[in-house]
Design a protein around this ligand. Structure first.
Ligand code: KMH
Ligand code: ZN
Length: 276
């Protein structure tokens, strides 16, 4: 069991509209301020989706590069870019995200129904993402939306080798309508399929946020929280900001006697280069 807890914040995502969620960080300034606030209360990694000037999701490469540079300048967080993007993003744009050279990038291990949409991740696309990250020294976080995707992860590692740095880290994204449920029983089932030596974090979408967080902590896992995954803090109460969610996760991690991991420790764990 790990002695500390890696807390990742996913502050924005690609699904919520700024008009519906006015406190969603969408500008670079808002994102950097959010990142600093979250680092202060215990986050060590940030999972980033960016928005364009019109506040809708974009994978514009220059904007991604500027975002990575600003987060490196203003925080010491491990910077993870999403290659998942929005369900409408073409594969070539999602692959180009890696040209922004983040510390880490997400790599979803299969296609999944995503509410009324389909989040498409063909096998050849997954392999291409994995290989490009290997070549560039970018550390993947394998995003798992359903149990079969863990079987695909074993197949990927068997056929194409370990990721950059040699350590495997997965994130269980639970409670997406169309994916695996967000409950303790499913989390335990997923853990039986995780590669030997791998670490995991978990996040519960919407109202599964708390049950998944508590189950992950009790199973020795790490946590991802943020407004990408939930915009309600409690029944009938909207999230104030991302730092509120990180602070709650940090508090629970302390109660579990696995306090938030400092960034340098996380970099060592995930085999991400130390920041300057
Ligand atoms: N926005 C979802 C369609 C990832 O970031 O890699 C995909 C997603 C996963 O959020
Ligand atoms: Zn994401």
């Amino acid at each position: 069991m790990s002695t500390g807890t890696l807390i990742t914040v996913a502050p924005t995502g690609a699904e919520h509209a700024k008009s519906d969620v006015p406190n969603l960080p969408v500008t670079l300034e808002e994102l950097v301020r959010t990142a600093q606030d979250c680092e202060r209360v215990g986050a060590a990694m940030i999972h980033v989706h960016i928005r364009g000037a019109d506040t809708t999701p974009t994978l514009d490469l220059q904007r991604l590069k500027d975002t990575v540079a600003a987060l490196r300048e203003e925080t010491s967080l491990v910077v993870q870019l999403s290659t998942g993007g929005a369900v409408t993003d073409p594969e070539e744009d999602r692959l180009r995200v890696l040209d922004a050279m983040p510390d880490s990038a997400s790599c979803t291990m299969g296609t999944v129904n995503f509410g009324d949409d389909v989040f498409m991740n063909r096998w050849e696309f997954i392999v291409e993402l994995h290989k490009r990250m290997q070549d560039r020294g970018i550390v993947p976080e394998y995003e798992i939306f359903d149990l079969g995707q863990l079987a695909s992860l074993h197949r990927l590692l068997d056929q194409h080798g370990l990721p950059s740095g040699g350590h495997v880290h997965v994130d269980l994204v639970m409670g997406v309508p169309g994916g695996m449920p967000g409950d303790a029983e499913t989390l335990v089932a997923a853990l039986r399929m995780i590669p030997d030596g791998a670490t995991f974090s978990a996040t519960g979408i919407g109202r599964t946020s708390l049950p998944v967080m508590l189950a992950a902590l009790s199973a020795g896992g790490h946590l991802r929280v943020g407004m990408e995954d939930t915009i309600s803090y409690a029944r009938g109460e909207r999230v104030r900001d991302n730092a509120q969610l990180v602070a709650r996760a940090a508090g629970l991690a302390k109660i579990a006697q696995r306090p938030p991991m400092p960034v340098a420790e996380v970099r060592t764990l995930l085999k991400v280069a130390q920041s300057n």
